[in-house]
Write a protein that binds this ligand. Sequence first.
Ligand code: G3I
Length: 304
Amino acid sequence: GGLHQKFKNRGKVYWGSCADPNTLNIAANANILKSDHGQLTPENSMKWDATESSRGNFNFGGADTLVNWAVSNGKLIRGHTLLWHAQLPGWVSSINDKNTLTTVIQNHINGVAGRYKGKIYVLLHLYFSYVFLPSEIFNENGSLRSSVFSNVLGESFVTIAFQAARRADGTAKLYINDYNLDSNNAKVQGMVSLVKRVNANGRIIDGVGTQMHLGAGGAGGAQAALTALASTGLDVAITELDIANAGSNDYLTVMRACLNTSQCVGITTWGVSDANTWRTGANPLLWDSSYRPKAAYSALISAL
Ligand code: G3I
């Protein structure tokens, strides 16, 4: 079996990757998704700019392609992302009144999460990772990042968004997600406090995602980060893993941290091959630019 099957045999839910029509169309890439991955996250096609570039006009072309491919091939799906300060159309960023922004957030989330409700769920788990911000709602010191959402609505936008998602899809797991949650740092503490505050009156957040865009030698804090995030009592997931110029030990360290954390449900890498990555020239993935498995891949397989 491939990476996903072996990881699952160790009690985890999935090993996954991001994908989208542009990478599904590359046969070598699609074959690796089939053999080694059990979960897909749309890299760009489900974001606000792709799905609702003008108010109330939804376009699901790319996202449908990804979802249909995942369903036909038996892959779990993590939605990405319902609310984020980036890849946000100008018509949203320029809203400055609370009622309008609240309605706009609710309509957007209802439109996207509602689109994929149930259809998939019979067979699969649809994980909506609210990368809030993309996720990314926090500053490095753990305070809320400035965005149209926090500036107009304060922290209440988090509850508004999660309630809308829960209404739109009663069974999907709802995650909040951010970057630089790579050690037990101030941002991790800010995330843990926010999640506890928001869930205090009833659980609306089901899980916390850490992206883990790392550099070589940068995985040393991964276990501490997962342990701290798991102190929320919720599931945790590594949602966008890539490691610039990684040695085998870097990937092994991250995988072991997830294996050692019972609440860690799975790992998603942010792509398959170094030929298709947002980190141009950094060779951060497990297959090289000719779609050949790298030493780090073999090390993971051996360790499993
Ligand atoms: O779709 C347009 C296309 O119409 C245009 O011709 C072309 C010209 O540049 O750009 C295309 O958009 C690009 C888009 O990817 C789709 O390919 C954007 O320029 C490019 O900036 C965008 O990059 C994505 C980035 O998010 C945007 O912030 C990356 O592919 C994607 O991997 C990256 O992923 C994010 C996660 O969603 C959240 N966490 C961080 C992570 C890395 O930035």
